[in-house]
Design a protein around this ligand. Structure first.
Ligand code: KG4
Ligand code: ZN
Length: 342
């Protein structure tokens, strides 16, 4: 058998249905993402049953489009990669079922990609293969996870959030401020009009050595600042547009300071000289700016995933090539692993 040149990557772990065709040299020939934001918006968050049904409707058109844009035929595909963990169980199953069917029908190998690791592989896609060893930081709607990355497929969890993920906190605070879902990008826009110093919010665990995060206290602090503290006799400060912008800016400053501070601690503790950052929140301009300043100050190499590879996509499933090259194939009876990584 000749060595395969093209990999088809599928991603359906949450509320994006995505497919990409990636050459073995890691060139992305196509990357199609169908978002479902319009379906979940009125609920203020992802509804799993709606998400999985939408994946069923969209997965085949998305695959077709990925093949069309790449200008290749299904029979040209030599490897199928699919995100099997972590995520919503019904959503993951749609991608995995499509992937298994293609693997069987085309008689090509299947590889099972860890979605969180793939968020860091987005950094490798942008910066080349020599970024390891590194501290890897995935900051998304579901994860706030720090890793010691010895290679693209040898990651050890250093620490994570004890409650909300950072992106989840952005989304919930955005909801309190009356913004649509997903709130992160809209909150960033609102924060740009506010004063980050006007209202001080807690920086949980920032001055402690442990590589852990907690955003639920920060989220509640913003809620009380916006609506008043329960049981308090004082009327809440009116939620004018200017006050909303200050709350958004104050929240963002607190969240970003903790995220960057914990990266510094992870760099100190591991001794690594490279930091890779991926996941939806890594699209945030203030976060990117603070990371850049920190990296310059410490003289370390910083690789932040390009914005289009921060939020969920299938191009980062190019990680599947690393599994293929190590003969780490998935059997056709492999299952999804929806649970959070601890
Ligand atoms: O990586 P992703 O697409 O999905 C998960 O795997 O969770 O991340 C989505 C998260 C959402 O919580 C969204 O609000 C957040 O990333 N996000 C942002 C920004 N863009 C996306 N948060 C803050 N600022 C942004 N510009
Ligand atoms: Zn993700």
């Amino acid at each position: 058998m000749t060595s395969p040149e093209l990999l088809l990557s599928l991603e359906s772990s949450c509320d994006e249905t995505a497919a990409a065709v990636i050459h073995r040299d890691r060139r992305v020939l196509s990357s199609i993402v169908a978002t479902q934001h319009e379906l979940h918006e009125r609920f203020g968050g992802v509804v799993p049953e709606i998400a999985s049904r939408a994946h069923v409707d969209r997965i085949l058109p998305v695959i077709d489009e990925a093949l069309r844009i790449a200008d290749v035929k299904l029979s040209d595909i030599g490897v199928i990669a699919v995100a099997t963990q972590p995520g919503l169980v019904g959503s993951l199953l749609v991608g995995l079922t499509a992937a298994k069917t293609l693997s069987l029908a085309l008689d090509v190998p299947l590889v099972a990609v860890n979605h969180v690791w793939a968020h860091l592989y987005a950094c490798r896609m942008a910066a080349g293969p020599d970024i390891f060893p590194a501290v890897g930081f995935v900051v998304s709607g579901g994860h706030t996870h720090l890793f010691d990355c010895r290679s693209p497929v040898e990651l050890t969890l250093l620490g994570a959030t004890l409650d909300d993920a950072a992106g989840e906190a952005f989304d919930k605070v955005a909801q309190v401020l009356g913004l649509d879902y997903p709130g992160g990008p809209l909150l960033e826009k609102l924060a740009a009009q506010g004063n980050p110093q006007a209202i001080h919010f807690p920086r949980t665990f920032l001055n402690e050595d442990r590589l852990q995060f907690s955003f639920s206290g920060l989220k509640t602090a913003v809620l009380y600042a916006a609506r008043g503290t329960p049981g308090s006799r004082e009327a809440p400060i009116p939620l004018t547009p200017a006050r909303k912008a200050d709350l958004a800016a104050g929240f963002q400053a607190a969240a970003v300071e903790v995220l960057v501070g914990k990266c510094e601690q992870a760099l100190s503790q591991t001794g690594h000289r490279t930091l890779c950052v991926g996941g939806g929140v890594a699209a945030n301009g203030v976060f990117r700016q603070r990371l850049t300043e920190m990296a310059e100050r410490r003289g370390i190499r910083l690789v932040i995933a390009p914005k289009e590879l921060c939020t969920d996509n299938a191009a980062m499933g190019a990680l599947g090539w690393e599994l293929y090259e190590r003969n780490q194939f998935a059997p056709l009876d492999c299952d999804v692993l929806p649970g959070l990584m601890r």
